[in-house]
Write a protein that binds this ligand. Structure first.
Ligand SMILES: Cc1cc2nc3c(=O)[nH]c(=O)nc-3n(C[C@H](O)[C@H](O)[C@H](O)COP(=O)(O)O)c2cc1C
Length: 222
């Protein structure tokens, strides 16, 4: 190879390098912008409404051997959880994740969901031995159940328990993520029975609100 063509090749390699760096930074900027817009629009939905502020009470103390576990940020999955619990006279357990509360919570939620990261939850472990059936619920974040529910299934023993996943979401989840979720439940001893959900529609004034979710839950669980 002569000197001229070596210089040409070097220059070409530098150009490609520069383009790749530009491309990577561009992608990062796009991801950050998407996350900011998403967390802003999700913060706008943080209207939990009267229904969600009403505590759930079991109709009778006789255990139905069913537990409903729910993580909900803005109250919609919580509404579905309460309807499931009412139907089965089940106990209702809330998972909380401090990282997603407060002003910056929405951004952390969007970031963790996108990059499949997880943050501590409360409670992390529960004795599920006394239940035949456990319903597990969360919103869908970036096409998969929200991170706190993954943390929960990874840290609990589901031996001899039937598991039903329930979600609320705006418009879309990916089935491959539900299959992954089911595989973890099964690896931890559970039998993954079903996936039920309510689609609320895109975040427009026509989106189903919490009361609509309550009404649709009643239909879904008939
Ligand atoms: C970080 C984040 C990501 C979301 N990603 C999706 C998504 O991928 N697909 C979808 O249909 N809805 C998505 N949503 C909308 C929620 O699933 C929907 O509003 C859900 O009903 C909220 O449930 P909650 O009120 O119980 O928190 C997302 C919401 C948040 C906060």
């Amino acid at each position: 190879m002569n000197i001229r063509s070596a210089i040409k090749q070097e220059a070409l390699a530098m150009d490609i390098n520069r383009l790749t760096i530009k491309g990577t930074s561009m992608l990062k900027i796009i991801v950050i912008i998407v996350l900011i817009i998403a967390s802003w629009s999700f913060a706008m939905q943080k209207n939990r409404g009267d229904y969600v502020n009403q505590p759930y009470q079991r109709a009778s103390e006789v255990s139905s051997k069913t537990l409903v576990v729910v993580y909900s940020l803005t109250g919609n999955t919580e509404a579905l959880a309460k309807e499931i619990a009412k139907k089965h006279n089940a106990e209702l357990l809330y998972i909380t994740a401090e990282a997603y509360e407060g002003g910056r919570g929405g951004t952390s939620a969007a970031y963790d969901a996108w990059f499949e990261k997880e943050k501590p939850i409360e409670p992390a472990t529960v004795n599920l031995g006394q239940y035949d059936t456990v319903y597990l619920g969360s919103p869908i974040w970036w096409y998969r159940p929200a991170p706190p529910l993954w943390t929960f299934i990874k840290s609990n023993d589901f031996s001899s328990t039937d598991v039903i996943l329930f979600n609320t979401f705006n418009s879309k989840f990916k089935q491959k993520n539900i299959d992954k979720f089911a595989a973890i439940v099964e690896a931890n001893g559970g039998t993954f029975k079903d996936h039920i959900y309510i689609r609320r529609g895109r975040a427009t004034p026509f989106q189903k609100n919490t009361q609509d979710v309550v009404n649709e839950s009643k239909e879904l669980l008939k």
